[in-house]
Design a protein around this ligand. Sequence first.
Ligand code: GLN
Length: 308
Amino acid sequence: MKQPQAITAILQQLLEQCQPLYSQGKVADYIPALAKVAPDNAAIAVATIDGQIHTAGAADKNFSLQSVSKIFGLVMAMNRIGDDLWQRVNMEPSGQPFNSIVQVEWEKGIPRNPVINAGAILVADVLVSHYSASKSAFLTFIRRLVGEENIYADQQVYLSELEHGNRNAALAYLMKSFGNIEAEVPDVLAHYFHQCATAINCRQLATSLLFLANRGVQPHSNEQICSRRDAHRVNAILSTSGMYDQSGEFAFKVGLPAKSGVGGAIVAIVPQFGVITAWSPALNSFGNSVVGMQLISLFAEELGLSLF
Ligand code: GLN
């Protein structure tokens, strides 16, 4: 593996190399709070399980966690209800856009996997039904993983998501019509939008997910966050489904479990090594960050990180 100084230098160089891509892609505009984020922003952070953190660009600038929040919700739900979860959500790639409705109808209210919107709303239902205050439990979980208290939901993003959430509401009501949502739909949606609205930066996000690269144990606290088996399972789901209907291409080109969000973040897990996070707000047609994809692809190639 490269020396620490070499990693920082590589990140810096990749960031410069990717600058011409800032103008490609389109910032998410389904809510005003995201539409106003300037596209010429980017960051990359690499946290390693032996405690190093390397960054380049705006690695301390907050962005909206959005769909990357689906990982944290999933781990919480797996910890809370164990394998019962898999009676209510599948683990297959969807091959459809992240907010697709058709498969929920075809598959009688069972979402294809927990990291598309339908699946994450199902997971939100588990959390609402099993925690007395699921929104704050979610924030407490992330804070504990990062080891910092200053992580909050952005209220403006949260309220905007609630106001423009008709498609997610349709998904939730459709699943409820099949008997696969237990709590009241408005409560489930409130939790889901609140976790999407979490404000975090690249450095914090890379640190938070180290347990997935370390068989379920968070290295800095030595705490078992989930079982080794579940860490492997989450990584498997991220490998097949984390980049939505671009997951096949990402596995082919990069070869790492990964998750993206429409706030422009992408995380990639490198088992036994660490976590790479990249952020840049302009998205491609799949909803994945253009610069983020390129930064992670080039870094993984440079270090030969593909698992395949
Ligand atoms: N809040 C977004 C939504 O529910 C999250 C989707 C995403 O990041 N892909 O549509």
